[in-house]
Write a protein that binds this ligand. Structure first.
Ligand code: ADP
Length: 495
């Protein structure tokens, strides 16, 4: 069918373009994951098509994860005191920590792949996870640690070590929550396996990459989203799930929040031979729901948890500015900008309409600003953050689309042009969104530096929101007069 051909071509092009992205992380003009090429999964939030610009914008976990993967050019530094909890399946067996890849009995081809990727030694989670993952007989694992700590690399290495590339049928299945995340993982597997001497390691079971009746998959690794994988296994019988030797469930936290993915994953799990298939589950967050789901899929697991140190507000000076109405807020903003010095600032707005207005007004005043909202596709957002990271713009105006993805060392100031709030699902009332407040102002004061957060208070409701935030974090947010430059300079002096 022509439709199938179009899709196959789109997937090929997409992969080829993403290779360019990975190889040239500094490139600012590639459009590798432009939304016009990607047909989102049925359940996936489409980007860039929301015209109701007055609506509050919120982040999408799968998109945020994708953006951080596109931007992550290196391993996240985990502090030496970060705590790794290990619950071993067999508590009596000695726990081995691999300080080098050479200790792991990997094939020379895989070691060469790791070198080519510039992986010199295992990351904190890999040190403990890899010896357990590569054990014979295989053992199951549930692992949690924040994005950027090396989970994808750990399971890619495990998968490559476990499949026999001379057997022309799938032996490993990696489940991802979205099409784009599936392709990102495929890039890592391909790169790590580049010296295995196989052109075609991976089959992508993703929506649109339809296969015709009778097709038998010959690649050793299948990477896909749950719905398409169920289709391939049950409707098309494109491969025999009983022969899988390893199942990886990636981004389980995002997976369970996506309609239908959980049920389909359970179906896939039921079609495996649990006596011979190693089951691994990875997640960036680890609440009760994720753990319950993880335990229902992965029997007798080793459980690894790399605890993230709590984000703290200690090194962030927090102020509020009284500014009734947008005009007053804007004039306060200009004065604040004047004392920004050499630092960079992120300004958060609730709706993309406001964000655009602020950007246009600041531009008209001659300030170089960048605008980040859902009007941009995922790759464009990544480019926008990359430009900001490179210091090409000093001010980034953003809605909540990416409150977590902006990781810029030089951000010295965060301005809440609008305070973060959300609707309580039970009461239907708007209330302070303390978690988002923490993530937003956590963009400043990173790496032990002193940061500044300024909150714009327009009316009584804003005041109440701020009071709730103060009570929640047990802090006092101090007033700031944006027209008293001397006072501002004294208070905001960062040295
Ligand atoms: P996660 O899956 O936890 O988000 P990744 O496996 O994607 O983390 O790794 C984050 C970044 O660190 C990627 O750029 C990856 O290439 C790199 N990376 C992973 N493991 C290592 C390692 N052992 N040495 C150097 N870089 C690594």
């Amino acid at each position: 069918m022509a439709d199938d051909d179009d899709w196959a071509t789109a997937v090929e092009q997409h992969i080829a373009q993403m290779r360019v992205t990975t190889e040239d992380p500094a490139s600012t003009n590639n459009q590798a994951i432009s939304s016009n090429q990607v047909q989102p999964d049925q359940n996936q939030h489409a980007t860039g098509d929301n015209n109701e610009s007055n609506n509050p914008e919120n982040g999408d976990a799968a998109e945020e994860s994708l953006i951080s993967k596109i931007l992550a050019s290196k391993l996240l530094e985990v502090s030496k005191t970060a705590q790794l909890d290990v619950q071993q399946r067999d508590p009596n067996s000695p726990l081995f920590s691999a300080k080098s890849f050479e200790e792991l009995n990997l094939t020379p081809e895989i070691l060469k792949g790791l070198r080519a990727m510039n992986y010199m030694k295992p990351s904190k989670i890999q040190e403990t996870a890899l010896p357990l993952l590569l054990k014979t007989p295989p053992e199951n694992m549930i692992a949690q640690s924040q994005s950027g700590t090396g989970k994808t690399a750990a399971f890619s290495l495990t998968v490559l070590s476990k499949v026999n590339i001379n057997i022309p049928e799938p032996q490993a299945l990696i489940l991802s929550p979205t099409y784009e995340l599936a392709l990102q993982t495929g890039l890592v597997v391909d790169k790590m396996g580049q010296f295995l001497g196989v052109q075609d390691l991976i089959a992508y079971a993703v929506k649109g990459n339809r296969i015709s009746r009778g097709t038998q998959i010959t690649q050793p690794i299948v990477i896909g989203t749950p719905g398409s994988v169920v289709d391939w296994i049950t409707r098309h019988k494109a491969f025999d799930a009983m022969k899988l030797r390893i199942l990886v469930l990636d981004e389980a936290d995002i997976m369970i929040n996506t309609q239908g993915h959980k049920d389909q994953t359970v179906r896939i799990k039921r079609s495996l031979n649990i006596d011979t298939c190693q089951c691994l589950l990875f997640s960036a967050t680890y609440d009760e729901r994720v753990l319950k789901f993880a335990k229902s899929i992965v029997k007798n697991p080793n459980i690894l948890t790399l605890r993230r140190e709590d984000e703290t507000l200690d090194n962030i000076k927090q102020y509020y500015v009284r500014a009734p109405g947008e005009e007053k807020k804007l004039s306060a903003l200009f004065n604040i900008y004047g004392i920004l010095g050499t630092g960079q600032a992120v300004i958060f707005c609730k709706t993309k309409k406001t964000a655009k207005q602020v950007a246009v007004t600041m531009n008209a005043q001659g300030f170089a600003v960048a605008l980040l909202s859902s009007d941009l596709g995922v790759e464009e957002r990544a480019n926008c953050i990359r430009r900001f990271q490179q210091g090409l713009e000093r001010v980034l105006i953003s809605t909540n689309v990416t409150s977590r993805g902006i990781d810029v060392e030089q951000v010295t100031m965060v301005v809440n042009f609008d305070l973060p709030d959300h609707r309580n699902e039970e009461t239907g009332r708007l209330e302070a969104d303390c978690e988002t407040y923490l993530h937003r102002i956590g963009r400043t004061g990173r790496f032990g530096k002193q940061g500044i957060a300024i909150n714009m208070i327009s009316d009584d409701r804003d005041r109440d929101t701020m009071k709730t935030i103060e009570a929640h974090f047990k802090i006092q947010i101090e007033p700031l007069d944006p027209h008293d430059i001397d006072d501002m300079e004294r208070k905001l002096d960062q040295d």
